[in-house]
Design a binder for this molecule. Structure first.
Ligand code: GLN
Length: 284
């Protein structure tokens, strides 16, 4: 029986799905790197591999995200396991990590909290870049927390503790130097929720309902009680939520309030510092 080569499989798949999707699916089926695939385009898929590849192509054609089909997604050059219990890490969220790393000293301990950690991408990336930091990551979903734990183990991040908790609920009186979050923030009627990968992602992780601000409001209102004096809060938010986020932060008595754009030029992360001294710093 004729077995198909990598090149033939890619040609066939390209009639139904995108080039890079097809390539990632072949790599997954053959368990090889991109470099290997380029060097061995004439490698044959055995019948079982060919059938599995065909099945994945059909599922992709019907919209399932590549990350769920192959069970992983790269974030900040680290390989994260993902399942449909967690959001797929997105490139714009790397900005939140950049801003967090700017604020975490490399040479001394620092307590960091990640709210709504999902796959653990934010918490674990911070942990890998700041081995002296002590990181707590929480998620409301036990299934998501299980994925984050699997990632912490697989990436050897032993300075992250993952807890199932409804926001701050299980954290009692604990205070942190830095609180970060990529909460659900998409408005309930945003058409993006019915398009692309988002259709397959956990809805609760994408939208709190209504205008998308409920979780951000809650986090901003509750964060001061869990931050040390001078501690910072950093939040990822939607393309049109920077102004309201800064207002909420200022009203909650955060100082040095700011917003930063992602690589697409969209204001994507806002934050501020807890403490009265910081109000002075804003004026000068
Ligand atoms: N940035 C994601 C998107 O717009 C949403 C992530 C979130 O709601 N936290 O697809």
């Amino acid at each position: 029986m004729h077995q198909i080569t990598v090149l033939e499989a890619l040609h066939q798949a390209r009639r139904e799905i995108g080039d890079s999707d097809a390539r990632m699916l072949v790599q997954h089926v053959l368990k090889v790197s991109h470099a290997h695939l380029i060097a061995h385009a004439d490698q044959e898929l055995n019948p079982e591999q060919a059938r599995y590849f065909q099945l994945l192509v059909v599922r992709r054609f019907h919209g399932e995200p590549v990350a769920y089909l192959i069970g992983s997604r790269e974030f900040y050059s680290l390989d994260f396991k993902v399942t449909p219990a967690v959001l797929i890490p997105r490139p714009e969220t790397e900005l939140l990590v950049d801003l967090a790393l700017e604020r975490i000293p490399a040479n001394r301990p620092c307590k960091v909290l990640d709210l709504g950690t999902g796959s653990g991408a934010i918490a674990i990336t911070i942990a890998k870049h700041r081995p002296l930091a002590d990181i707590v990551a929480v998620d409301f979903s036990a299934a998501a927390a299980a994925v984050a734990k699997m990632n912490a183990e697989h990436l050897n991040a032993d300075n992250v503790r993952i807890i199932t908790s409804d926001w701050f609920h299980e954290l009692a009186e604990q205070r942190f130097d830095l609180v970060v979050s990529n909460p659900p923030y998409i408005a309930e009627d945003d058409p993006h929720l019915t398009q692309g990968d988002l259709r397959f992602e956990p809805r609760k992780a994408l939208t709190p309902g209504d205008n998308g601000l409920e979780c951000i409001r809650f986090i901003v209102a509750s964060a001061c009680a869990h931050l040390v004096e001078g501690g910072a809060l950093l939040l990822e938010h939607g393309y049109n939520q920077a102004d309201v986020c800064r207002q909420l932060l200022s009203r909650a008595d955060f100082g040095r309030v700011f917003s930063r754009p992602d690589l697409a030029g969209i204001m994507r992360v806002s934050g501020g510092v807890r403490g009265s001294f910081s109000r002075e710093a804003v004026r000068i």
